[in-house]
Design a protein around this ligand. Structure first.
Ligand SMILES: O=C(O)CCC(=O)C(=O)O
Length: 721
């Protein structure tokens, strides 16, 4: 049976300090004795509102009717001003929601935004103006039903404290709904839709099953504005205006003396979790106390529909973040600052758009063609000079730091200081070639390359990560483009031919071929010419160019994919980057995430090195003689040696990569056991890395449809003395 359409209960009882106009709810008769409130205003008729319990139940019933739920929900009456199809684009774009995980985003002690999606509590509630939700966390999967159930007691945490700060200081928070939110009254048109600013009004503790849960109530800040999410086919929840009913009952507990509001019509309960009477109703006749039957709990409409006055009621705060407007002055670094790679809200369709292209934003909504390409102001290479570390024609000073076990050998060749590092237990080396003034100012060298890369579109884009954990598309943070042999680096990168490449790409290939030969010659006490022949056969045939705006970085990774040559070289251009090297967690701890001992030989510097080294021969022997015993032993060792599997190894080497510096890593073991990460503190940096990729290692489908010819640039460092 279709529910009867409600009579609208209109306007405006509030507990506001300002004079209040009361209109009696038309459905309610006067003269009942249950609840009576009196309000006066000089020009309004003084009126006593009385509501019987029966009438309250009738209203509560209407408020709880949701005629259409699930896929049958009605369309929303409006469209969200801001929306997103993925979590990353949402969090990169909105200043009030940067929580990649979890429901709440808070910063500096204040909650800024909440996302309510699939995981909801049955007593959660959303209408056009009020949201009631359970605090996040503490849910576990029920073994039988597979449903998420409350598994442990919740207590007020930092989120609740952040909400209390908002309540005390009148900071509204933004609420966002996910498409799977079961309580949103209409069908959200997109994966994530921003509702509006809300006032947190109440935080309290209840019981659900055997556990305590923390709950929040929010009220829309600007009730004059239409709520786009109210359904076109009106439901009953909006039949009562906020503040049109008498205020909720508030009572002090006989036992603990603390006051609590009445949330449910079933009866008043003390909401102090430490009180003996917590979550107990006291029967009016017998005075016996009892816990309510959860299924029968019915919101008290006076609690639900109260209006909480705030000084900034009905104020408008922006839902759109980051307009990314340039100042109008030509400021180097302005258009590569953080704001210029964060997302922007499409001014045409409201979608949060991540900046995926080096050139600018392109709205990914197929129905919208919006693009924005800010003008780039050149960052001159001379502006990279650091006054406290003057660049001279002498051999540069080093700013690299290591742990004591790392061996460093220093030499000075062709205008570079060459810091050669070796790591105990690892065959191979890491070399940092630190450029002096002659190197960076060489004609066509680093200074020119840095400026050319800013003036040419080399095809840099943020690449998608197919195995990302976030809902919707996932992208690397930095921009990348690959030239020459195709290389799958974290994310698949469409490659381009050297034939069409901008000069800095081919010049880098040639310079890094020379640098690698130089270092290998130094290693083996040979001349570069001696090295030449062997090298030429497997010279670098790929350049991966990475571009980083302010605050973009590359996290720890290795370059040890199948088919790569043993030598990898990177030219760093622009802002100085910090390259950090550490042992991979698996080798450091010696334990897989499943708690099984990793049988790779231990390396100096790992957890329990001596003990692990001592047991290695017997483990190796067991592996050959008794595979069952070997498997069992690998499960025992972590407990026996008390190996922890959490956390990461400390960095063993930290190199400060200046403009024009080169890093060469040589040796497969280095990539197998160690990983590296780079971040920089400036406005713009490029890293151009060369590898040899064995064409035979590529699947037929991955082979390029162009020829990757030899390095013809012939750079030989001869202009560097
Ligand atoms: O210098 C950089 O930015 C890092 C380059 C890098 O690690 C890589 O291309 O694998």
């Amino acid at each position: 049976m279709e529910p009867e359409l409600p009579v609208h209960v209109q306007s405006s009882y509030t507990n506001a300090p300002s004079p209040t106009v009361i209109h009696a709810p038309q459905t309610l008769s006067e003269g009942d004795t249950e609840v009576t409130t009196e309000h006066e205003h000089s020009e309004e008729r003084s009126l006593a509102i009385t509501i019987s319990e029966e009438q309250l139940y009738a209203i509560a019933h209407r408020l709880s009717i949701r005629p259409l739920l699930g896929s049958a929900k009605s369309e929303p009456s409006g469209q969200p001003e801001v929306w997103a199809d993925g979590r990353q684009e949402l969090c990169e774009t909105l200043h009030y929601y940067r929580a990649y995980q979890g429901a709440c985003y808070s910063t500096g002690g204040f909650v800024r935004g909440f996302m309510f999606d699939k995981v909801a509590h049955p007593r959660d509630y959303i209408d056009s103006n009020v949201v009631i939700s359970r605090a996040g966390g503490g849910l576990t999967k029920d073994k039988d039903s597979g449903e998420m159930k409350v598994g442990r007691d919740q207590v007020e945490d930092t989120v609740a404290q952040g909400l209390r700060n908002c309540m005390n200081q009148f900071n509204p928070v933004v609420i966002i709904t996910g498409v799977d939110n079961p309580h949103i009254p209409s069908k959200p048109p997109h994966q994530y839709c921003v509702l509006d600013y809300f006032k947190p009004t109440h935080i309290w503790v209840e019981k659900s099953g055997r556990s305590k849960i923390v709950r929040y109530r929010f009220e829309k800040l600007n009730t004059k504005k239409d709520s786009w999410w109210s359904p076109t086919q009106k439901d009953m929840t909006d039949s009562v205006d906020l503040g049109s009913l008498p205020p909720p009952i508030e009572k002090a507990c006989e036992t603990c003396g603390v006051s609590s509001p009445q949330i449910y019509l079933n009866g008043w309960m003390c909401l102090q979790p430490a009180c003996m009477l917590f979550w107990n109703i006291i029967a009016s006749d017998t005075k016996a106390n009892y816990e309510p039957d959860e299924a029968s709990l019915t919101y008290d409409p006076r609690f639900l529909k109260q209006k909480t006055p705030w000084h900034n009621d009905d104020h408008e705060y922006p839902l759109v973040s980051n307009n990314v407007e340039l100042s109008g002055h030509c400021v180097p670094g302005e258009d590569t600052s953080q704001a210029f790679w964060l997302g922007m809200v499409c001014p045409e369709c409201g979608r949060c758009i991540s900046r995926l292209s080096w050139m600018g934003w392109e709205c990914q909504n197929p129905a919208c063609g919006f693009r924005k390409e800010p003008t780039h102001t050149l960052i001159p290479a001379v502006s990279l000079r650091e006054p406290l570390w003057p660049l001279t024609n002498s051999y540069p000073l080093s700013r690299d730091t290591t742990v004591p076990s790392i061996d460093v050998r220093v030499s000075f060749v062709h205008g570079y200081r060459i810091n050669r590092y070796s790591i105990p237990g690892i065959t191979g080396f890491i070399t940092h070639m630190i450029a002096n003034k002659i190197v960076v100012e060489e004609s066509g060298g680093p200074d020119t390359m840095f400026e050319e890369l800013q003036q040419t579109d080399i095809g840099l884009r943020r690449r998608s990560m197919p195995n990302g954990q976030l809902k919707g598309p996932n992208y690397c943070r930095h921009f990348a483009v690959n030239y020459g042999m195709p290389y799958k680096f974290i994310a698949a990168t469409a490659s381009q031919s050297f034939n069409d490449a901008a000069r800095p790409i081919t010049a880098t290939r040639s310079r890094l071929n020379w640098a690698a030969k130089l270092l290998l010659a130094l290693e083996s006490n040979q001349s570069v010419d001696d090295i030449e022949k062997g090298w030429k056969e497997k010279e670098f045939n790929e350049v991966l160019a990475l571009g980083y705006f302010e605050q973009q970085k590359i996290n720890y990774h290795d370059d040890g994919e199948y088919g790569l040559g043993p030598t990898i070289a990177t030219l760093s251009l622009g802002a100085p980057g910090a390259m950090r090297i550490r042992m991979k967690a698996r080798h450091y701890h010696g334990v897989s995430s499943a708690g099984v001992y990793d049988d790779a030989p231990p390396l100096p510097g790992c957890q329990q090195y001596a003990a692990r080294l001592a047991l290695q021969p017997s483990l190796d022997a067991l592996k050959l003689s008794d595979s069952r015993g070997y498997t069992a032993r690998r499960k025992e060792i972590p407990k026996e040696l008390k190996l922890k599997s959490s956390g990461n190894a400390k960095d063993v080497l930290n190199m400060l990569l200046g403009h024009g510096d080169i890093v060469v890593m040589h040796g497969a073991e280095l990539q197998r056991y160690y990983e590296h990460a780079v971040e920089h503190a400036g406005k713009l940096r490029f890293a151009l890395t060369c590898r040899y990729i064995d064409p035979q290692s590529l699947k037929e489908a991955d082979k390029p449809d162009y020829e990757v010819g030899p390095d013809m640039d012939g750079y030989d460092g001869s202009r560097l003395c």
